[in-house]
Design a protein around this ligand. Structure first.
Ligand SMILES: Nc1nc2c(c(=O)[nH]1)N[C@H]1C(S)=C(S)[C@@H](COP(=O)(O)O)O[C@H]1N2
Ligand SMILES: [Mo]
Length: 325
């Protein structure tokens, strides 16, 4: 929605409706006007201040740190966490998501909750932001490729959402479905995976308090390349289980068919718990490279069972984790 034109005829939307894209567009207008000399000195400072306010009003996300979920390790730099990404919908190179995810339109955004649930509902992003108190949690993230990061996420336990929609007795699994829109996601042209990107959990895994619905990181809303505006974060599983930019959550009777498992079932199992004792068929999983520590003489870190999150071990008692990898 647009309100009255600002000085120099530039329409300024309400701060709450300014998206990073809008800020980008208004900056372009601003620069163009600067170039043709149509902005006077005072107005210039005023516009800069308003733009700074608009940006902060939109991107900052307040959250209370939850000390029970803070890993005592140096957090990865914001720059590394936002420029070294896997988000194949925007390309398969690590730098592609940062370069191309600007086209992702994160507002309006809804997540449809359906399947074996008493209260199916479609929630918009503002409702999700208010569904439960936002917490900051610093989690390790271990990619199946052998690198790891430490990221301060903002969100709450997925269990909070599950409780509100009341799964019925048939719900044994939950499926997370990412957006798949060719107009916004150039990587969908590549059939490297079956689109949309789908991930899933058993219900007890999804209800474990560590499993997080994330809406932000580093004190801000999620950058597009990290899965804006809402994603899953599962710190005891390989990174690919943590589906980005989700539009659907479906409760099911049967184990979901997940994107990486479909593409290479012998390499990527449904569970995909971090496990240094179960190697990937093509490489060891015993050690990892912490992003930001990769100097010439830096030693690799030992990968920990469940990525160090031993509190999930009881979910898997009696299961052969070599078989259910
Ligand atoms: N939709 C979608 N989600 C995804 C991926 C993807 O390609 N598409 N990549 C996964 C992989 S392999 C990893 S390691 C993490 C990376 O998350 P980050 O970029 O926020 O660190 O996102 C996961 N979620
Ligand atoms: Mo990954």
């Amino acid at each position: 929605m647009l309100i009255k034109p600002g000085p120099n005829g530039v329409d300024i939307p309400f701060a709450s409706e300014i998206t990073p894209r809008d800020v980008f567009e208004s900056r372009r207008t601003f620069i163009r006007q600067l170039a043709v000399g149509s902005i006077a000195g005072g107005a210039l400072a005023q516009m800069a201040a308003r733009e700074a306010f608009a940006q902060s009003a939109v991107t900052k996300l307040a959250a209370k740190s939850n000390p029970a979920y803070v890993v005592m390790e140096k957090t990865t730099s914001y720059k590394d966490a936002t420029s070294y990404n896997n988000f194949y919908e925007f390309g398969t190179d690590k730098a592609d998501p940062a370069q191309y995810a600007g086209t992702l339109k994160t507002r309006p955004w809804t997540v449809a909750i359906e399947g074996e649930v008493k209260k199916p509902v479609t929630l918009d992003i503002d409702t999700l932001l208010k569904l439960a108190p936002l917490e900051e949690r610093v989690y390790r993230l271990r990619c199946v490729e052998g690198w790891s990061m430490v990221i301060p996420w903002i969100g709450y336990s997925l269990a909070e959402l599950i409780r509100k929609v009341e799964p019925n007795g048939n719900a044994k699994y939950v499926e997370f479905i990412s957006l798949a829109d060719k107009a916004q996601m150039p990587g969908l042209r590549n059939p490297v995976l079956e689109w949309p990107y789908v991930e899933g959990l058993r219900m007890d895994e999804a209800n474990h308090p560590l499993a997080m619905l994330a809406l932000g990181m580093y004190g801000e809303v999620l950058p597009n390349q990290n899965g804006a505006p809402v994603r899953i974060v599962l710190p005891w599983k390989y990174g690919f289980k943590s589906a980005k930019s989700i539009v659907k959550i479906r409760f099911t009777r049967d184990q979901p068919k997940t994107a990486w498992n479909i593409s290479a079932p012998q390499e990527y199992g449904f569970y995909s718990n971090v496990n240094p004792l179960v190697d990937h068929p093509r490489w060891s999983q015993a050690t990892e490279r912490r992003i930001g520590e990769d100097g010439f003489l830096t030693r690799k870190r030992k990968t920990l069972m469940f990525n160090g999150y031993n509190e999930v071990a009881s979910l898997y008692t009696g299961m052969d984790l070599k078989k259910f990898f």
